[in-house]
Structures are given as C-alpha cells and as structure tokens.
Design a protein around this ligand. Structure first.
Ligand code: ADP
Ligand code: ZN
Length: 746
C-alpha cells in the first residue's frame, strides 16, 4: 500500500520518500539478488567466518553454476526452510553497492514493472567485478646472481638503481636496451618480476582552476545553483535559457560547489558524441578531464572507472544514462543536460526515462538535481508550474551574441528544381554566407539517400522482409537498409515484382542525397557530413567538431546529431531542408519535439559576433510550430500545447503506460491483445485505448499490437498494470512489454 501511495504522489519523484525502509534482516539468512529476471532475491546461508553486509558482492551457487549477486536488504521471494539453504560461496573483491543505489534499483524496478534483478544487471553489467590487473614490471635482483653483465644490461640495472619497478617498454626506453635484453635478464634472474600498481586513474578536478567572469544575471544564477548544492538536500531546479546563454557555464559552477563540498557529481548527456567539446570545456574550468561513462568504453577502462567511482577517486562523472547505476559513495549533485532529449529514454530491456530516473537518483541520495535545456520538456515545465521544481532562467546570449533570425521559406512559392530539394532562396543565402567567409549548415533528420524506393513501372515499394517499414537506400554503401531491424540487402538491378529494369526510383531525400545536391551546387566548398551512421564514435564526432571550429569546413550537412549543444562560432546560416518532417505521424509529442529539435538546430547559428540566420523550408508556414520558431516565442507555443493536452488528461497532466503485445503470428498477437482488452481496468479517471495494430505492425518478424492505459494524474498506473497483467497470462511465444511514460508510439 505504501508503495502504491508513493507512486500516486511521486510519478515525478519529487516528494520525499514516505519511509519505504527495507524490513530488518533475518538472522541466518542472506538474501542475494541475482542479475536475472527473478521476482526477488534468493536466500542463502551465511558463509563460514565472513560477516556479510547488504551491498556486498558475492558468489553463490545457482543451478550448479556459480553466479555473482549482491547481498540485498531483505528477502522478498518465497522463503525456503533454513536447513535447505545453500551457503554463499565467497565474497568477491569488488566495491559494495551503496544503500542509495540499492534503493534506486528497487525503485526503478517497481516503477517500470521490471524484475529487480533485471535492473541490477544494468548496475553489474559493467564488467567491473574483477579488479583491474596490476601492470607487470621489474626490479633488479638483490643480490645479483652470477650472470654476465653486458653494457646494455648495465644500463638497465642503472635505471633500476632507484628501486622503482618499471615495465619492459619503460625500461627499454630509459636504458636504450632492447626488450630482448630485458627478457634475457629476467630469465637469468637479474630482474625480478614485480607488479606495478595502477596509478590513480583520475586526478581531482580543481574547483578554483579557472574563475570565469560572470555577467550579473549569470552571477545570480550561479549563486542560486551553488546554494542548492550547499543545502545538501534534495531539490530540483530547471535551468532554462536561450542557446548560448551560458547554461553549461552555470552548472559547472554547481559542480565546482559540489567539489568544494567534497561530494561527487554526475552529469548526464544525451549523446556521448557531445563529450569531446564538453570535455575540453570541463578541462578549461577544472584543470583535468572528468571520468567518462558510456557503452563504448574498453572493458579495462570500465573496470577502472567503476572502482574509481566507488572509492571516490572519480569526483565528477560525465556519462550516458547507464551512469545512473554507478556506485557513487557520496553523490552530491546530478545534472541532466538537454533534459528534453528523447535519447534519455531507454527503449530496450528495462524501459526507463533517464531524466526522470535521475531525479529519483538524486532524491534517494538526498542531493540536488539540475535539469538543463533551452527548450524544456512539457513535463518539466508542468513540474515548475506546480511548484515542484525551481526555475532559473538566463535571458541573454553571452557576450551580446544575438539570437538568430528565423524565416520560413514557403516551398509552394519557392519550389526547388525538379528532383531537387533545396529552394533557390536557400541556395542564394548559402552563396552569400560562403562569399562572406562564413559557415553554413543543412539540416535534415534522415539518414541515407532516400527513404523510399519505388518501381516506376508497377508502383511496387521496396519493403523490409521483417518489418512494416520501407527500406532506406544507402547509396554510398550500395545497400537498402531497414532502420528498425538492421536488415540490409544490395540494391536490386530490377524490380523484384514486375522484373522491369532501370525503373526503381528513389523518392524523397536523405542526407546523402542532399550532399549530392550540395556538391553539385557548391563544388568549391569544403563540406562535412555529420550523421550517426557516418560518424559512429565519439572520436569521429570530436574530429568533426574540431575541423569545424578550425574553419577547415565551409558546409556542414547533418542529421539530428548536429542539433546537440555544439558550439560552432563561425556558423552563421542554418538551412532546415524539411521543417515539416517531424510533424507527420501525429504522435502526442510530434509538435513539441519538432519545436525543440528545430530550435536547437537554429541555436547552432550565430553563437559568436556575426549574427546568425535560420531558413526553414516548409509547406505549412502557418503551422503553430513554424510560427513559434519564426517569432522566437516558444513560451506561447508551450502554453498552447499545454492547453491542448490538459483536458484529455494527456501527459504531463495525466499518466500513460503502453502495453506492446508481440507474437510470431498475427492470430496469436490478436488473441492475447483481445484478452487483455477485455480484462482492461476501468473506472473514474482510467481509460484504456486499443488494442490496435502498432504502427510498426511487424518488427523483426514479430506481429505487434498496442494498448494504451491513460489515467488521471493522481492515479498511479503501476498497481493497475500489475493487477491487469496478472489476470491474463500470455500463451507460449507471446510476450507483452510494458512501457511506463511512453515516448515512442511505434
Ligand atoms: P549554453 O549551454 O546556454 O548553450 P554555453 O554555456 O555553452 O551556453 O555558453 C556559450 C558560450 O559562451 C560558450 O563558449 C561559453 O564558454 C561562453 N560563455 C558563457 N558564459 C561565459 C562567461 N561568463 N565568460 C566567458 N565565456 C562565457
Ligand atoms: Zn526491418
């Protein structure tokens, strides 16, 4: 009951925890949570002679295997007779999971209707359980055995005279002897193998390293953010302000306060590609780089970082959403930059929204959270309006840089040439920009060459064999690809249906096609394409950003990756190739997301002295989204948007949860979806929509149906979902995925 009350009042996780303390431990029983989808921890008998505490990482027998798990606070699974309990095998030499992290894991599991073990798996999947190995090195034997000492050997011994162990490469470099000499000396017993402990992986950032001169407005905001950190209590602040106003600078002040207070900070970024520019900036402010956490880290770096977070040597972590599950011992601040980003929603496995869970993480650690955006989500604005979040706003761009002027180009009056996608107006503007020695950017949020390939003879459209989706042409790779399941195939020489040759035609543009058009129009310009598939890793993004800053590039062509927080001082023109793109499809947040994305893209222009301008190619300049962007009045747009959602209890004024049924056959999916529909909860303030075929009716060969539960804001969805799902069990091969607070409706 307590738990349900928690949900009812804290879907936004801002209320104090109403004392959900775990029950007291039972003597003689050690509950161990394993990283698998079991209902709860299993009980084991304590190991002989080793007192275990909650959070300890242990090895236990499970189905004749040994598995690593975590000592949990109290049993929750069915209880086994004490005599039948198997003992814990051993405690592992790995940092324990602190209590706030354990409570967080329980909270995420309960909120998302996942098994606690599945959530634990995210905290343990870090491959951090084995300690990083010490580096092998050598010392000189003392006394030296009777073996010949050649001149190179003498030099090696000379280097080691200070009795500091060194690795083979270091020894070779310092002595000028070859590695073979060092190997021979080891064989002869002249050198003794000596492990060298790893040096501290992270140096402490210095909060006083660089003291930025702040404007009056910035000073007031920095003081307020520092105040929240010093309070040392849970609070949430929305830090809002136009692009380029210094929001990053401001939250780095909060990080400085947190460093001064001797606590750790976590900064979540939506796109780790961002990190390069951000890291350079961090180093300028604090003298050293922060610890990084994302899925591309090597396993060694992962292990080192995990331990450094646990033992407190990593003071500031900059990471993707999985960084929420790191074992911070003294978390004192959580920052979510670009909080409106949908990339914070994890859609696979445990489906959770990292922005919301960051707030929960802060609350369970009694720490302040700062949500940062130039285009805050409606969810966050509603929390501000309700008085749950504080609101700080920067109104001016730093250094007097003006906001770019946004103009719509009506494609009905300014049509591109046949088969082309850039209007004469946009082309002329780019010419002017290039002539002035400035940079221009084309934005189109679509990868590949063309989103659809059609046979001009029979009208056949090339479709993914596994999904309800068109295949996207990737001309550079000579392939057609499905952006949903990863299927790809060569471009066929003839239509697979009518066998006509040379009739397959690309329909619509992707960035590759725009690049082709741009190359033909501006052959002299040096251009760079930024798309997630052509720029897969953080390093590629870093190189691109550096080249742009260094003016080695004139034209940038990019997908949504260019919208993210970059600071390009010489970029003065942004052309949005298809401003209407995100408005199709009609999902709940289509307009909100389009405004946010296009405003972010626009914010890349004119960040330094030269003023920027933004041209939006659209077929509907009268649309409220275009009007808001042109008038640069997002506040009015958000008020309208809020008024549209309030009456129907749509988020953020109501709650949503989606059930996605999937099965090998359409019949099996329909059968279970209909059963669910019949058992749907009802009553005042509760509504179930569906079942209906999902827009992606087939995905990876599985047939999908959706149901949507909508409740009034004061009604929690979790207890309803639990009872509902318990009432109708799926048949074999049928699954149901739960998505609380869905962002994607595909
Ligand atoms: P936002 O995060 O709001 O987009 P940034 O923090 O990136 O804004 O600031 C925009 C640019 O202005 C950056 O290059 C930043 O270093 C610079 N800047 C902002 N405030 C100051 C300041 N007080 N002193 C020096 N540079 C500043
Ligand atoms: Zn597919």
């Amino acid at each position: 009951m307590l738990q349900e009350k928690l949900f009812a009042t804290t879907g936004d996780a801002t209320q104090p925890d109403p004392g959900r303390k775990p029950p007291p431990p039972v003597p003689g029983r050690v509950p161990v949570l394993l990283p698998y989808p079991f209902a709860g921890p299993f009980d084991y008998a304590p190991p002989a002679g080793d007192a275990l505490a909650p959070g300890d990482i242990v090895l236990v027998p499970l189905n004749r295997r040994q598995e690593a798990g975590v000592v949990w606070d109290a049993p929750s699974g069915p209880s086994v007779a004490a005599a039948k309990l198997k003992p814990v095998t051993a405690r592992l030499d790995a940092p324990a999971l602190p209590a706030p992290l354990r409570r967080f894991i329980d909270w995420v599991a309960a909120y998302t209707l996942s098994a606690p073990g599945e959530v634990l798996a995210m905290a343990l999947r870090v491959n951090a359980l084995t300690p990083p190995l010490p580096v092998p090195g050598f010392l000189a034997a003392d006394p030296l055995p009777n073996a010949p000492i050649t001149e190179p050997r003498r030099r090696v011994l000379h280097v080691l005279a200070d009795r500091i162990a060194r690795t083979t490469p270091d020894l070779a470099r310092l002595s000028g002897a070859s590695p073979a000499v060092i190997r021979a000396m080891a064989q002869a017993g002249q050198l003794l193998p000596t492990p060298i402990p790893a040096p501290p992986a992270f140096l402490p950032p210095d909060p006083f390293f660089f003291d930025p001169a702040l404007s009056a407005e910035q000073s007031a905001i920095a003081a307020s953010l520092r105040g929240a950190v010093v309070e040392d209590a849970f609070s949430v602040t929305l830090l809002d302000g136009v692009t380029g106003s210094g929001k990053t600078e401001m939250y780095l002040e909060a990080v400085a306060a947190c460093l001064e207070a001797g606590r750790q900070s976590l900064i979540l970024l939506p796109e780790i590609a961002l990190s390069a520019q951000f890291l350079a900036r961090f180093a300028r402010r604090f003298g050293v780089a922060p610890a990084l956490w994302h899925s591309d880290l090597s396993s060694r770096t992962r292990r080192i970082t995990y331990r450094a977070v646990a033992d407190g040597t990593a003071r500031v972590v900059v990471g993707a959403r999985s960084a929420l599950f790191l074992p911070f011992g003294e978390l004192g601040l959580v920052v979510v930059d670009e909080e409106h980003e949908t990339a914070f929603k994890q859609e696979d496995g445990v489906v959770y929204h990292a922005r919301d869970m960051a707030v929960v993480r802060a609350r369970l650690s009694a720490a302040p959270a700062i949500l940062v955006s130039a285009t805050p989500s409606l969810e966050t604005l509603a929390n501000v309006e309700a008085g749950r979040y504080r609101h700080l706003k920067l109104t001016a761009r730093h250094g007097g840089a003006r906001l770019p002027e946004v103009t719509a180009i009506d494609l009905r009056d300014h049509a591109p040439d046949r088969g082309k996608f850039l209007s004469p107006t946009l082309i002329a503007a780019v010419r002017e920009t290039l002539a002035a020695g400035e940079q221009a950017m084309f934005f189109l949020n679509r990868r590949g060459y063309a989103p659809l390939t059609l046979c001009r003879a029979c009208g056949h459209r090339l479709q993914c064999p596994n999904c309800t989706a068109w295949l996207v042409e990737h001309r550079a790779r000579h392939a057609l690809a499905c952006h949903h399941c990863g299927h790809h195939e060569p471009i066929p020489p003839a239509c697979p249906i009518c066998k006509a040759e040379g009739t397959l035609a690309p329909i619509g543009p992707g960035v590759e096609r725009i690049t082709e058009e741009v190359d033909a129009l501006f052959p002299e310009a040096r251009r760079l394409v930024m798309a997630s598939d052509t720029m897969p890793g953080p390093q590629a993004a870093a190189d691109a950003a550096r080249a742009i800053e260094a003016r080695e590039v004139d034209l940038i062509i990019g997908t949504q990756i260019v919208a993210k927080g970059w600071h390009f001082p010489h970029l003065t023109l942004v052309g949005v190739v298809d401003a209407d793109l995100g408005l199709a499809g009609g999902d709940l947040r289509a307009a909100e997301r389009t405004v946010q994305l296009l405003h972010q893209v626009a914010g890349r222009a004119g960040r330094a002295e030269a003023p920027g301008r933004v041209l939006l190619q659209t077929f509907s300049p009268e649309h409220p989204v275009m009007q808001a962007l042109v008038a640069n009045d997002l506040a009015a747009f958000f008020v309208r948007e809020a008024e549209a959602r309030r009456p129907g209890n749509w988020p953020p004024y109501g709650r949503l949860a989606a059930l996605i049924v999937s099965a090998d056959t359409a019949d099996a999916a329909d059968l279970y979806a209909r059963d669910l529909g019949r058992a749907a909860p009802g009553g005042d303030g509760v509504l179930v929509l569906g079942p209906a075929p999902a827009p992606l009716a087939i995905l990876r060969g599985r047939h999908r149906r959706r149901l949507l539960l909508k409740t009034r804001r004061d009604i929690a969805v979790q207890p309803l979902l639990r009872a509902w799902l318990a009432a109708v069990q799926p048949a074999r091969g049928v699954r149901v995925d739960v998505d609380v607070d869905p962002v994607s409706f595909l």
